[in-house]
Design a protein around this ligand. Structure first.
Ligand SMILES: [Zn+2]
Length: 322
């Protein structure tokens, strides 16, 4: 096969000078989505227009090549195509094709979508580089629509008893997606200051959000507050409030305890264990490399099922022949 997958502070397809979400600044790199652990000031970045719009100014690449979904792009003798990853607005998987070689890099990925949206499509590839954040079997999340409904009921109960419901969500992506998911229930929102630029960017990038104001001291009755899980100073100034952690980490007792929320909901923008297995199945890959999170654990579970798999990060600096 005419491609090699390499790990050197990020995934690379060697011989084609293509870096995938590298942790250090590179000449040409694919940025799969706008979360800060993926965005760097590369000389030139390949990304979707929405991802570019959502990357904070301080992390913007110096140059870029914007690419829409399903628009093949030539890269030397190879072809690169982006597909939606279902993780957040603009998030993309990258399919690399050269002669008979097909390599799929998922970036952060989520298969099951709430609100009747179709399950994320996974292109076929011989080699799959898979994000394995929740790669342990105790991470099995409930149906997203039922969970959104449970969150809505929890918020309504709090508001009915004149208590402010506070949802603890990652500021970029999660906050906006939960607002959209809850919009059908008629809620309005007050956002902690760290969520504010992200909500503005989301709307600018083409996804308008339901009515919200910036949280500023007291909150007018009837609004659902959203704040990032860490650093709840602004939240503590509220009078009567109740908190709920909205995260896949809700399935991890230790993590939930650290955040000390009154309730937890396992709504995640990442695949759970079963969804990760499904990504592998749908891709039809003969070889899987895991990156991020429980890489070793998930690779071991795949090997138990007879699939060739290893953690890519563990083999730092090693070129792996496909
Ligand atoms: Zn992410």
């Amino acid at each position: 096969m005419n491609a090699q997958v390499v790990w050197d502070r990020g995934v690379s397809i060697s011989g084609h000078r293509l870096w995938l979400d590298p942790l250090v600044i590179r000449t040409f790199a694919f940025i799969s989505h706008a979360h800060t652990d993926h965005a760097r000031r590369h000389k030139e970045a390949l990304l979707t227009p929405q991802t570019l719009a959502l990357i904070p100014e301080s992390r913007r690449p110096r140059g870029w090549r914007m690419l829409g979904y399903r628009e093949p792009m030539r890269r030397g003798p190879a072809t690169v195509t982006l597909y939606p990853a279902g993780h957040m607005l603009g998030s993309a998987q990258l399919l690399f094709e050269h002669q008979d070689a097909r390599v799929l890099y998922t970036g952060d990925i989520k298969l099951r979508q709430p609100g009747g949206l179709p399950t994320t499509h996974v292109p076929k590839a011989q080699v799959l580089v898979l994000e394995s954040t929740y790669g342990r079997p105790h991470f099995r999340f409930g149906d997203p629509d039922s969970t959104v409904e449970a969150i809505a009921r929890w918020c309504r109960r709090a508001l009915d008893s004149r208590v402010t419901p506070v949802l603890l969500c990652h500021a970029l992506g999660k906050t906006e997606e939960i607002m959209l998911a809850l919009s059908g229930y008629g809620f309005t929102f007050a956002l902690e200051k760290r969520c504010v630029p992200c909500a503005r960017a989301y709307a600018m990038a083409g996804r308008p959000l339901p009515d919200w104001v910036e949280l500023d001291g007291e909150v007018e009755p009837g609004r659902v507050v959203i704040a990032p899980p860490a650093g709840k100073d602004e939240v503590r100034r509220l009078g009567r409030y109740r908190t709920a952690l909205v995260s896949g980490w809700a399935k991890d007792a230790e993590f939930s305890r650290i955040f000390g929320a009154d309730a937890t909901f396992d709504l995640s923008d990442h695949c759970d264990f079963d969804e990760l297995m499904e990504v592998v199945e749908r891709s039809g890959a003969e070889q899987v490399y895991t990156v991020h999170g429980y890489t070793e654990d998930f690779a071991r579970h795949l090997r138990k099922r007879g699939i060739k798999a290893s953690a890519l990060e563990a083999t730092e600096q090693l070129a792996l022949a496909l």
